[in-house]
Design a protein around this ligand. Sequence first.
Ligand code: GTP
Ligand code: MG
Length: 193
Amino acid sequence: MIVNKVSLATVAVKPEQYPEDDKPEIAFTGKSNVGKSSLINTMINRKALARTSRSPGKTRTINFYNIEDTLYFVDLPGYGYAKVSHSESQKWGSMIEKYLLKRPQLKAIVMLLDIRHEPGANDKTMLEWLKYYDYPLIIAATKADKIKRSQLQKQVSVIRKSINSPKSQIIPFSSEDFMGRDTLWEAIEQLIR
Ligand code: GTP
Ligand code: MG
């Protein structure tokens, strides 16, 4: 997709605040700091429309980005950030779960995993949830610029083995050098067609 027109349409903490139209939605999930907001900026050719931070816990609301009046990208708060209080992390958990539970517009989830590491316990819990809700799943293996090109396929295999989701596409991605951007767009466009 050629993206020229994007805007932050809605910031929500509860379902009544979600957009009311029925454009398809693609949601981005993953642990805090894995690069969700950066990936959204990369996908829409913006440096900083989605706010990013070096420290985890930046995105604390559900942010709906209107892409070309055609679809929404949904930036979710990250999970698994130890410094957030228990009650706050529960609040985010229930906010994310409510969104995933009943959102017919949601066409697919892009789950971000750091290409350098095996998925952690929180990632696996999230993957189990997603399997239960049965949404199409794409894995973006982020921060691919941080490893040697010769290691990419090996790391993809490590992730594939540990996620028990044989059908999901795993796309090495980098918000630094745009690796995987076109491939991820193709995968998304197929799912909203
Ligand atoms: P929360 O909103 O806290 O859940 O985090 P997030 O997943 O939205 O992460 P964010 O996009 O804010 O990025 C976190 C940090 O990782 C920032 O310092 C980014 O610059 C960095 N980062 C994100 N993607 C990449 C990438 O592909 N490569 C490199 N080298 N750094 C990245
Ligand atoms: Mg974020």
